[in-house]
Design a protein. Structure first.
Lengths: 106, 257
């Protein structure tokens, strides 16, 4: 049941700096832990996060083990036109999730 | 003989003077012991990872399950209305069982009796998500558990467990959470142990967890044998803790370090 929480301001002034906050549901299993019987718990993490605005990439991050479960990624960007942010998380075991948020620039 | 009685009396008096219940004006949620960063995480719904579970719970609320092919929403309709304030009254007395059940227990009773589905395992993502979603409908409302007169003997038993010293460290809950909640243990705040935000997202757990999980962790910490999930003792402790926190607002899903 992966789900995402996105916080993008609904409106912004042209050229202003806005903060974007994203929270993605994921266990982020490091691959370094063992079960009680000694077996390695296989790695299961998000490896890549991308944010596009109207199709243009504005932010990207690579993720590694030792990042906490449910990664909370925030960043700043400037906006010059109204449009749509698209978020994409890609990870181990074919994990792939997307989310969207619109902004009106005045 | 006289000396022995004197000593017994003195210890009893010392016990009562230390272990007095915390008055309402001095009751503090674990929230007030946290760093500003962790508080900010709880305060903002898009930064609170507990909300991910609430979203899952919202989806589960309308999902049909079991032999009856019914969803929670088929009987209880909109949780925002029907579940408002419900969690503030749990654990509640269950007539059919003759004992109190907590919110998780109630959800599983509903699953077996009305949905004819298998109960969720304790601490499973589904049970945590549903109980978080239900409890979140009571956010901001004052805790009012334990008022039912039928609960009185169970509150009393929970209280006795709270006071009872046990484990290799020979500590009772009260020895930390009534007596020294303004002090620290290995750099961490001890807190009053007020169950205002369960199920809550604990950064140490990297997950949401129930009050029973928290209690079991504490009991293991005093090196005693923890009661099993769903055991009457844990429910009685939950019940006493909720009645002890009467009047404090529900924070579910809270965030704790």
């Amino acid at each position: 049941m992966p789900s995402a929480l996105i916080n993008v301001p609904a409106k912004a002034k042209r050229g202003s700096v806005i903060e974007i906050k994203t929270l993605m549901s994921h266990i982020m299993e490091t691959g370094y832990r063992h079960t009680a019987s000694g077996d390695v718990v296989p790695r299961d993490i998000i490896t890549s996060f991308t944010c596009r605005f109207n199709g243009t990439e504005v932010f990207r991050a690579d993720l590694y083990p030792a990042i906490a479960a449910n990664p909370f990624i925030t960043f700043f960007t400037t906006v010059t036109e109204s449009g749509k942010f698209e978020f994409e998380w890609i990870g181990d075991r074919g994990f792939s999730e997307t989310a969207q948020a619109s902004i009106t620039v005045e | 003989m006289k000396i022995a009685v004197c000593i017994a009396l003195l210890t009893a008096m010392a016990g009562t003077s230390l272990a007095a219940e915390i008055p309402l004006s001095e009751r503090r949620s674990g929230y007030s012991f946290m760093s500003p960063d962790t508080r900010a995480m709880q305060d903002e719904d898009t930064a609170n990872p507990g909300m991910l579970f609430v979203l899952d719970g919202e989806a589960l609320w309308t999902r049909k399950a079991g032999g009856a092919d019914k969803a929670c929403a088929d009987c209880h309709n909109d949780a925002r209305i029907s579940m408002k304030g419900v969690a503030a009254h749990y654990p509640a007395f269950e007539k059919a069982l003759g004992r109190p059940v907590d919110l998780e227990g109630r959800i599983n009773l509903c699953r077996t009796n009305h949905q004819q589905a298998s109960p969720f395992a304790y601490e499973s993502r589904e049970l945590l998500a549903l109980s978080a979603f239900v409890a979140q409908q009571s956010r901001g409302m004052p805790i009012a558990a334990g008022d039912d007169p039928e609960l009185a003997p169970f509150v009393e038993r929970g209280h006795a467990l709270f006071m009872q010293r046990q484990g290799q460290l020979n500590l009772g809950c009260t020895n930390c959470h009534d007596d020294v909640w303004d002090k620290k243990l290995a750099g961490s705040a001890i807190t009053q142990g007020q169950p205002t935000g369960y199920p809550l997202y604990r950064l140490e757990w990297q997950s949401l967890g129930s009050l029973q999980r928290r209690l079991r962790a504490c009991i293991t910490g005093i090196r005693a044998q923890a009661y099993d999930y769903g055991s009457p003792e844990l429910v009685e402790l939950e019940l006493y803790l909720m009645s002890r926190a009467r009047g404090m607002p529900i924070e579910t899903p809270a965030v704790r370090p």
